[in-house]
Write a protein of this length. Sequence first.
Length: 186
Amino acid sequence: MSKKTEKEKMLAGEPYDAHCEEMISIRTKIKHILHRLNVTEYYTDNFKLVINELCPNSAKDIHLEPPFYCDYGENIFADEGVFINFGAVILDGAKVRIGRKTLIAPGVHIYTARHPLSVEERRVWEDCVPVTIGEECWIGGHVTICPGVTIGDRAVIGAGAVVTKDIPPDALAVGNPAKVVKYLNQ
């Protein structure tokens, strides 16, 4: 029986050490790619190559407005037509699925990492759970999406909302914590 690496534990949703040499090395490599992305001349072939290197599991037409920040990139699964505006942060220790033609406004933060409440445990481990955003959603400016959340197709999340629980399809959710205030297209 072989022992799992910390990355394998992370991807399996198990507690792992995010501060070990293995994980720091991976994130350091990604930081170099992010630097290239965030300083490369926009709308050039090289810019698209850097995006595809950073997010190899996303559609080739993903649109990222720099600056953009993430932990790993390879765990971002954005379908065709996804637009991510300035200043987005995606902490993608677990899979972040973004459905086709979803629009993400400036300053949106998406988190998959969870940390224990106990300081003793928090010193040694964290875990990650996936985030799923449906098709044709609109995520407003400075929204925070917490670990484990699913947002249904065509949902709209109002600016500044903090999404801590699942949001159904065709819903408008606002506030902190985000609450459904209206169903759309009815």
